[in-house]
Design a protein around this ligand. Structure first.
Ligand code: AP5
Length: 217
């Protein structure tokens, strides 16, 4: 089954904590795409305690890429679900290597646009260590830049196991090692977005690009 040509197929990429998840919340709200986040799919496997989850966690703890034999099938299966085929998709945190990009092309998944969030390195660490998640709504917060709205939410916020200063540095190393190969694959459809402004201003840049794309379709 192939997705309809008029549907949007979007990839979003950027360093750890560059704001991918935050922008995906805003994009799905307006464009009604199916958000597929490789990291979220992996964390669900870890939480479920599956064999794949146990193996994946060893790599995630070290800030390394989880092996292709786990990630590639997982993402492909999600892209082939009826909701992704019917609504279009927003792929977050995948592909992260040339082999993952090649696998995607082999399966016939070609995005319309590749959004790259650019944020200076020194900003990323501060974003990671104060990030918090609401386990009830899945919403992403930051203690300084996006604080929880109520005391009740504040009391239930959790932190990701890989959100320490030490681990984000390892995740950044992995990112630098792999990013060029992925960027060169999608060079012709890449838009670079300044991710070091307020989340609303980041979204405004993305919104302009997606609106233009939809008009062309
Ligand atoms: P993954 O879950 O994808 O983590 P990541 O790439 O490190 O990215 P993050 O989720 O940390 O950040 P984000 O860009 O979504 O930022 P957010 O919006 O939350 O991957 C985790 C691990 O899984 C990897 O290390 C790897 O082991 C494995 N993995 C995942 N994909 C894989 C793959 N394809 N292959 C193999 N392994 C894979 O924002 C961060 C913080 O900043 C928040 O607190 C937010 O509130 C705040 N913030 C956001 N925007 C702004 C803004 N404009 N101004 C101020 N603050 C902001």
């Amino acid at each position: 089954a192939k997705a309809e040509p008029e549907l949007l197929k979007v990839m979003i990429s950027g360093a750890p904590a560059s704001g991918k998840g935050t922008q995906c919340e805003l994009i799905t709200k307006k464009y009604d795409l199916v958000h597929i986040a490789a990291g979220d799919l992996l964390r669900a496997e870890v939480a479920a305690g599956s064999e794949n989850g146990k193996r994946a966690k060893e790599y995630m703890e070290k800030g390394q890429l989880v092996p292709d034999e786990i990630v590639v099938e997982m993402v492909k299966d999600r892209l082939l679900q009826p909701d992704s085929l019917e609504n279009g998709w927003l792929l977050d945190g995948y592909p992260r290597s040339s082999s993952q990009a090649a696998a995607l092309q082999e399966f016939g998944f070609q995005p319309d646009i590749f959004i790259l969030l650019e944020v200076p390195e020194e900003v990323l660490v501060e974003r990671v260590v104060r990030r918090r998640l609401d386990p009830v709504t899945g919403k992403i917060y930051h203690l300084k830049y996006s604080p929880p709205e109520t005391e009740e939410i504040a009391a239930r916020l959790t932190q990701r196991f890989d959100d320490t200063e030490e681990k984000v540095k390892l995740r950044l190393q992995t990112h630098h090692k792999n990013v060029e190969a992925v960027l060169s694959t999608y060079e012709a459809i890449t838009i670079k977005v300044n991710g070091n402004v307020s989340k609303e201003d980041v979204f405004a840049q993305i919104d302009t690009a997606l609106t233009k794309l939809l008009e062309q379709k």
